[in-house]
Ligand binder design. Sequence first.
Ligand SMILES: C[C@H]1O[C@H](OP(=O)(O)OP(=O)(O)OC[C@H]2O[C@@H](n3cnc4c(=O)[nH]c(N)nc43)[C@H](O)[C@@H]2O)[C@@H](O)[C@@H](O)C1=O
Length: 316
Amino acid sequence: MKALVTGISGFVGSHMAEFLLHQGVEVVGTIRNRSRMDHISHLRKDIRLAECELRDPFSVETLIGQEKPELIFHLAAQSFVPTSWNSPIDTIHNNVAGQVNLFEAVRRFELPAKIQIACSSEEYGQVEPEETPIRETNPLRPLSPYAISKVAQDYLGYQYFRSYGLHVVRTITFNHTGPRRGENFVTSNFAKQIVDIEKGRKAPVIHVGNLEAKRDFTDVRDVVRGYWLALEKGQPGENYNIASGTCYTIAEMLNTLLSFSNVDIEVQTDPSRLRPSDVQILLGDYRKFNEATGWKPEIPFERTMQDLLQYWRSQP
Ligand SMILES: C[C@H]1O[C@H](OP(=O)(O)OP(=O)(O)OC[C@H]2O[C@@H](n3cnc4c(=O)[nH]c(N)nc43)[C@H](O)[C@@H]2O)[C@@H](O)[C@@H](O)C1=O
């Protein structure tokens, strides 16, 4: 069995590759010439890398024609919400055109591949507290250009299934974190600041944005197991929430991290970390996915937070 992982050098891509190798699957991953390789350096002898610019139809067609994978995990994306306000067109182009190119190449070669696409809980956007836990039937009220790009990816998945019968399974993943999470994202950002304080590299002040927002965090290792199950047991054309079913305020998440450290810190709001509009609450209902695949989260939030701190402590 051969799997293609787009964005293999990224946070989720590297965990996906590890999971697939454990299943005995042959792994090919896409990178770009500016990709950082540190997340996959330990896997280099076990995986194959292909340079591919997903925004370039020719590049994607060449890759798909050469590799003809049976499974595709489409994880490559511009995934940081604040960047999408600074460069909205780039985010939309990158995320949407990349996926269209992939679908068109699969279609052109009539490849019977199963394709998982990484959609996002950001698509739900403005959710009222009484509308939680969020089901797949909730309305979509996206609040950022990133969220718009994910709505487009999501509905393109639906449309290519309906129009051409592509085996597309849409996973709507809520926040996920764990070792190797990029330092821009809130869990890693706070964990790294704590470790910098522990190591005496930084004054004991943590800079934060909106601490009131509520997020539903799943461990990345549970998420990639979900992506595998989505292709093994999920129905083509369907969408599935992948979530923990519990949410914390960002302040609670910070306190959990701090409970595993002995630094004394001051918390300071940095206005540049506040967003033009922030999704206030994301709390997912994963029953549909559980019924289809048997998936449920296994790694407790506290362990994820501990592992994340350990990751940053182990970095030079
Ligand atoms: C499902 C979804 O999940 C992620 O999107 P996100 O929720 O925007 O993730 P984040 O870690 O940037 O922010 C989480 C919350 O934390 C608040 N917050 C407070 N203070 C800071 C802060 O200092 N930095 C950051 N980054 N956020 C902060 C911030 O305002 C927001 O309310 C991506 O994986 C995305 O790709 C995706 O699909």
